[in-house]
Design a protein around this ligand. Structure first.
Ligand code: ARG
Length: 566
């Protein structure tokens, strides 16, 4: 049973009965209490609507509470100036515990297909920390959706087409670079890219040359196509190394070029619906509500004057394909905040032309990665940080921790904890906010870190090992619960509700917050309740099992592995 939602609906129903003529435009919020003397949950709804109904919050809260009968699994009382405290009845709690393991295998959304698009780096260009964020957040969301039964298509919308290739191909030809060399790596390509850009920006001749090469590529020139394919495949191998380290699985590359055959159809569709306006030869779509800085209507250009297509055309073609061919119910786009306006326009245009309704298209934006001085995270010389360097440092630091602690497998520890720290630090910050990159903090034993969570996990494992209990065999709490047991159990039971919230807000940090609170409550339980030598050993063990399985499940949704020693 979901006690959170139950509390919410009981209070909402009471309000509807008490004030039938009122329509409240606030949702009933329920939060966890910090101290058991305020019950298990609390609601501040009386404060929010007191004015509206002309009653003091405390009077209103009393009225609401008196409305409930005693058959409910919850008891309600009023505290302070009008808080409603909610306490779950013990027998209801014990019953609910037995249902929790079932949730792990319950697939409510079977047969519902969705797409999560993430990572999406650009060929031969730097894979920057923003792409790292997209990869980590996207993977976690996709896992969460899958866990409740969704059929999730994970797409990597690699930037593998466009003018940059004309520039690179021209550069390769001009300098007679050996693009067939099997030792070519992504970092060489990045150097070529940077060099070619300098020449492109500074020489009109190079500029013209590059334009010619891109046209030749688009027309299917065999040599250009070959170079392009090589560039794409080397880049892909480069990304794959990073994905492997981060345990990113099941992500399909379907680059921008995939949609090339469908681009003319996009223009036709807009034309057919009379949605195109030509301005200086470019095909524009004007959408209500979009203005430029001078407050003039802002067009979305979907075909350039020279007939070429752009980023927006590809995005529209991809919406069309994903909804009509892939038959996705919804598409989630995990990209940085900077693309917010782009996606608002794409979604509005897609709706107008009839590809999808706006609620099927969801932008999942995130803030930038910052250094300790809250500046954009860069190398000392101002360059882009190489992701491989970050992975290496995370590994090294975790490896040192393992050696200091004389662990038996420092390499395994370094991979799970080092890479895990990188991922967890990102996931545990609210994605909308900018996020400060800090190795020391992400590997600390205290605070909301992967190290803290895994430490608690190992603690639970070691109890179970000592008890010689097979943890796949669930046993359940019995008898009367003491406060630490109660708080731990309630937190375990909130797991399904937490997963729903992550999906609703497309925000994995809610799960991290939940797991942190879970581990904290477990550690309090560990402090207050002896397990192995206790009379109620079996009941106590059941908490350890429940805790460990919920934590493991939660971590796996975040794309994180566990360890056995620490
Ligand atoms: N390749 C783009 C970039 O690096 C991200 C792609 C986002 N997805 C999309 N459908 N436009 O910024």
């Amino acid at each position: 049973m979901n006690f959170f939602e139950l509390s919410q609906s009981i209070i909402s129903n009471a309000l509807a009965v008490l004030f039938p003529e009122k329509k409240f435009n606030t949702t009933v919020e329920i939060s966890l209490t910090k101290d058991d003397k305020f019950g298990d949950f609390q609601s501040n709804v009386a404060f929010k609507i007191a004015k509206d109904v002309g009653l003091a919050p405390s009077v209103l809260a009393q009225k609401i509470v008196h409305h409930f009968d005693s058959n409910l699994p919850l008891t309600f009382s009023v505290a302070g100036a009008g808080f409603i405290n909610i306490t779950i009845k013990e027998e209801a709690l014990l019953q609910a515990a037995e249902h929790l393991p079932k949730f792990f295998s319950e697939k409510k959304h079977q047969g519902e297909k969705i797409i999560v698009e993430y990572s999406s780096p650009n060929v031969a260009k730097e894979l920057h920390v923003g792409h790292l964020r997209s990869t980590i957040i996207g993977d976690a969301l996709a896992n969460c959706f899958e866990s409740v039964g969704y059929d999730v298509l994970r797409l990597n919308h690699v930037g593998d087409w466009g003018t940059a290739f004309g520039m690179l191909i021209a550069y390769i030809k001009r300098h007679r670079l050996d693009y067939n060399n099997t030792n070519l790596s992504l970092s060489t390509l990045m150097e070529w890219y940077q060099q070619s850009k300098v020449e492109f920006d500074n020489s009109p001749e190079v500029y013209e040359d590059s334009k010619k090469e891109v046209v030749a590529l688009q027309q299917g020139d065999p040599e250009n196509l070959k170079i392009w394919q090589i560039l794409c495949s080397i880049s892909e191998q480069g990304y794959q190394k990073i994905y492997d380290a981060l345990s990113i699985e099941g992500l399909h590359v379907r680059g921008e070029s995939f949609y090339n055959p469908y681009l003319p159809k996009v223009i036709e569709d807009f034309k057919e619906k009379s949605l195109l306006t030509y301005s200086d030869g470019a095909a524009c779509v004007f959408l209500e509500g979009f203005k430029n800085r001078e407050n003039q209507p802002l067009p979305l250009i979907i075909q350039k004057a020279d007939g070429g297509y752009n980023y927006a055309t590809t995005d529209l073609a991809s919406v069309r394909y994903r909804i009509f061919e892939d038959r996705a119910l919804r598409i989630y786009y995990v990209t940085d905040n900077g693309q917010r306006d782009h996606f608002s326009m794409i979604f509005a245009a897609a709706e107008k032309v009839g590809y999808a309704s706006k609620d099927q298209l969801i932008h999942v934006p995130f803030g930038i990665v910052q250094d300790e001085f809250k500046k954009r995270f860069k190398t000392r010389s101002g360059g882009v940080i190489k992701l491989q360097d970050l992975l290496d440092e995370a590994y090294q630091r975790a490896h040192s921790i393992a050696t200091e602690r004389h662990l038996s497998n420092p390499d395994h520890f370094a991979k799970v904890v080092g890479y895990g720290a990188l991922k967890y630090a990102d996931l545990s910050s609210n994605r909308i906010m900018d996020y400060v990159f800090d190795f020391d903090r992400m590997l600390a034993f205290e605070g909301n870190t992967i190290v803290y969570l895994l430490y608690s996990y190992v603690r639970a494992s070691s109890i179970l090992k000592k008890a010689d209990h097979d943890e796949n065999k669930f046993i359940y709490p019995q008898g009367s619960l003491n406060p630490s047991e109660r708080r731990l159990l309630i937190q375990c039971l909130l797991y399904p509700h937490t997963v729903s919230s992550v999906l609703k807000y497309a925000n994995p940090h809610l799960l991290c917050e939940y797991l942190y609170e879970l581990a904290t409550r477990f550690n309090h339980f560990f402090r207050d309740c002896p397990v192995l030598n206790a009379e109620e050993k079996s009941s106590r063990l059941s908490y350890v099992i429940l805790f460990k399985s919920v934590l493991k499940q939660g971590l796996s949704l975040l794309g994180l592995n566990t360890i056995d020693e620490m």
